[in-house]
Design a protein around this ligand. Sequence first.
Ligand SMILES: [Zn+2]
Length: 304
Amino acid sequence: MSSMASEEETNRRWLRVFLDRPGNGCCADCGAPGPEWASFTLGVFMCQCCSGIHRSIPQISRVKSIFLDPWEKLEVELMSSIGNSAAKAKYEQMVPAFYYMPTHTDCQLLREQWIRSKYERNEFIYVERQEPYSAGYREGFLWKRGRDNSQFLSRKFILSEREGAMKYFNKHDAREPKALMKIQTINATFQPTKIGHPHGLQITYMKDNSTRNIFVYHEDGKEIVDWFNAIRAARFHYLQVAFPGASDTELVTKLTRNYIKEGYMEKTGPKQTEGFKRRWFTLDDRRIMYFKDPLFSRCSISVS
Ligand SMILES: [Zn+2]
């Protein structure tokens, strides 16, 4: 009995030694410092949040607590032989520059799909698996929130790098799109809370010098994240042409952005004699905009 306990003690001690090796001090998937979990099939150290996602793909990854669970000698040896840096070199060997790599502050959907794309679908080992977002053209159906009500309706969307636009159609057989969103002006940001769906994506674009919003989702998490990365890819290629001198690193920061701040404020009219009205404000980059409500399609005013 005592020798069992001491072997377990030895295993745990070794595991802590490996945890101190370069690369293992941050979560292999989201970069959060101080991992407390590890996958003993993939050989990576990770944060608690990401371990929950690994747990949902048991055919690929089996996780244990570094400090609380008992560890077998063979499992500890596997952790020692791989580790975060070697796993990154394998599973992230061909991540496209435009591809969004989430951090610990991003929504569950982005982190989950990142982990699945790496270890389950091996998208960054086999480049042909990146086709859904790297081909420069994407077509499919998304649920889009109606302009004047909260109903979501199935709409056909097309993203075409060649045309420099993303568009959607109200009728299945319509020839003219209901809206044409220029890639040049598009932003996309996941807004699960605001939209009320874990896969909710807000797409913003400019039309007639005013900011417009559409709110969409797809039941399949991979599909909506593929749309998101396809938009990023199209923006990346557009910016490469528009700013030939800029480095990829500079351009990548301009592909999509989350809002700096959003929330309700009370505002009065220009004469300041009108009553105060509750309005939804968004601070985006260096612009402040306000909307009648959080899911309103058209911005009332924007101030730079
Ligand atoms: Zn993590």
